[in-house]
Design a protein around this ligand. Structure first.
Ligand code: ZN
Length: 281
């Protein structure tokens, strides 16, 4: 009986070690790519009345995962064509000016990967500062939550703040429509997390790194550290209450996994991250 128990324990230990050894090894690198900036006129739109009239700069990153079995791009930033506009492009509603200093296509070239070599492409959601260069990745397999897909390719994308022309080249792409979480490489190293609220099918990305603690790439789950700390969502979100529920679920997920939250638009936090062609392991 004791020998049986000991053998059983050994099997468990071997399985556990195999798990530890294989999962972290499958992602090799994570690149944080500067994909523009949004200069907002009145921060209170995103936070509280206390910030009325305060201008702010939002970072805007893309993230490239190098997995042993291929590349995955997460978000595609502001449109590359804005790089030709040194004064940026003001949004039609005047709430912000969008900038793109270095085109995504150029950053990918520096890293040494062509858009056509990126097999997996997903966006946190479909707003213009995340889908600006989506048309470069029509050859990739695209991962979208079903409600987001329906909003983008439905009759009224503008109702959700989406620009249909940003998705022209994705119409014929191989698309995996999701209704919840999805393990992209099947080994637990890169997991799309369903975090609806900001948009109907918003999602975040969990990445298990080989030499550092795992990270959760926020998308617009929250825009700023201050909003995360206060567990609050902007009133203009598609469903602010659902946003807060998604934030709470991810808070529990971070505690469970020991992952750090990388908040895409938080300029102060973003400034601390090494930018491509540097990478994190
Ligand atoms: Zn955004």
């Amino acid at each position: 009986m004791i020998r049986f128990a000991a053998a059983g324990l050994l099997a468990v230990l071997v399985a556990a070690c195999a798990g530890i050894g294989s999962a972290p090894g499958s992602v090799e690198r994570l690149y944080v790519i500067d994909c523009g900036e949004n200069h907002v006129k009145d921060l209170s739109r995103w936070t509280t009345a206390a910030d009325a009239g305060k201008p702010a700069v939002f970072s805007d990153n893309c993230y490239l995962v190098k997995h042993a079995r291929g590349w995955m791009l997460w978000d595609s930033g502001n449109p590359d064509r804005l790089a030709a506009l040194p004064n940026g492009l003001a949004a039609p509603n005047g709430i912000l000016t969008a900038f793109m200093k270095k085109p995504l296509a150029e950053s990918l070239k520096e890293i040494g990967v062509a858009p056509g070599e990126i097999q997996h492409f997903a966006m946190s959601h479909s707003h213009g500062d995340h889908s600006g260069n989506a048309n470069l990745f029509g050859a990739s397999t695209v991962y979208m939550q079903q409600p987001e897909y329906d909003a983008v390719f439905g009759a009224e994308p503008q109702k959700y703040g989406f620009l249909a022309s940003n998705f022209e080249n994705l119409k014929g792409s191989k698309t995996v429509k999701l209704n919840g979480d999805y393990d992209v490489f099947g080994d637990g190293s890169v997991i799309i997390k369903s975090t609806p609220g900001h948009t109907p099918g918003h999602q975040s990305l969990f990445v298990r790194l080989p030499k550092s603690p795992p990270v959760l790439l926020s998308g617009d789950l929250c825009h700023l550290q201050a909003n995360w700390d206060a567990m609050r969502a902007p009133s203009f979100n598609f469903d602010p209450q659902q946003s807060v529920e998604s934030m709470k679920a991810m808070d529990a997920f971070l505690r469970r996994t020991g992952a750090r939250l990388w908040i895409n638009h938080d300029f102060a936090q973003s400034s601390t991250l090494p930018k491509a062609p540097l990478y994190v392991e």
